[in-house]
Write a protein that binds this ligand. Structure first.
Ligand SMILES: [Zn+2]
Length: 299
């Protein structure tokens, strides 16, 4: 009896092994066939590729820098964005990153910043202080001639300008714009940045009335506190994302750390983003409320 059962079990095991072997073999066969097919197809595809690609223009010569610029003649102003304090602009609204330099021009440090920007082929935005514009008009002309965008930063860096009367604010901003245009005839001043970021509803409204976009920022390495080039570079390089506006200073004190940090910031951000001057246009005007519609470029 037990012999019969043993024979039956052994027979069952043998049957299972045979079946498994068949299945394994069956399973392997298509793989091998697929592999063979793939091997034979690959050369065919390779052979066909040059024929298919031949009519297309060569792709390699188009450099990555040939991306559509967001600034320059004939380009539209930035899309509306009012995420900063009191509705000021906080980002570029595009994938481009904008470097901004405040408090100049400075007779020693502005030329160094300009030289670094020239070396890396980067356009930026300079927020100018009226008294410095009056003192160094040649540098304002140089900034404009290099293709950078100009921004009003008040007549004498008045952090309390925002709490003055609207008439007082208006006089200050107009005086500064006039000094910039006297220094660089034909220059457009389409941005205003409030010293200290001390925005108020009044100063935002007046800058808009004068055709300027109130310009805040996204990334602030606090370079005016002189934390050292390493700290400035690391804050900017790690904190910058697409659409960021980066706040830097080329004047208003010893900016040696900022100038040194540019040796890291310019190549680092240049590899990862499109660095661009803010376009010399303004946000589309609101057509409601107490604001009047302004023509693009109106100052
Ligand atoms: Zn400033």
């Amino acid at each position: 009896m037990s012999n019969v059962r043993t024979v039956a079990i052994v027979a069952g095991v043998i049957a299972a092994i045979v079946a498994s072997a068949y299945l394994v073999g069956h399973h392997l066969a298509p793989d091998t066939a697929r592999e063979r097919t793939a091997r034979t197809v690959a050369p065919a595809t390779g052979a066909a590729r040059p024929v298919a690609a031949a009519p297309k223009p060569p792709i390699a010569p188009a450099p990555p820098m040939a991306a559509q610029p967001i600034t320059g003649p004939g380009r539209p102003p930035l899309p509306a964005e009012r995420g900063g304090p009191f509705g000021s602009r906080r980002t570029t609204g595009t994938t481009g990153v904008a470097l901004t330099f405040d408090d100049g021009p400075d007779p020693s440090q502005t030329p160094q910043a300009l030289a670094m920007l020239r070396r890396y082929g980067v356009k930026a935005t300079f927020c100018l202080v009226g008294v410095n514009v009056r003192a160094f008009p040649g540098l304002v002309r140089q900034i404009a001639a290099d293709g950078h965008t100009l921004c009003n930063h008040s007549w004498e860096h008045d952090v309390r300008l925002g709490v003055r009367t609207r008439a007082g604010i208006r006089t200050d901003l107009l005086r500064t714009n006039q000094a910039i245009r006297d220094a660089a005839p034909g220059a457009r001043v389409s941005y205003y940045r409030q010293p200290g970021g001390a925005w108020t509803a009044s100063i935002v409204a007046v800058s808009r009335e004068l055709g300027m976009t109130p310009l805040h920022w996204t990334v602030d390495p606090q370079d005016w506190r002189k934390p050292g080039a390493g700290s400035i570079a690391s804050t900017v390089n790690s904190g910058t994302t697409r659409g960021a506006i980066v706040l830097l200073h080329d004047a208003g004190g010893d900016r040696h750390g900022t100038i040194s940090a540019l040796r890291s910031i310019l190549p680092n951000l240049g590899r990862r983003f499109q660095l661009c001057a803010l376009p010399p246009g303004i946000d589309p005007p609101r057509m409601h409320g107490r604001e009047w519609p302004l023509k693009l470029g109106q100052i």
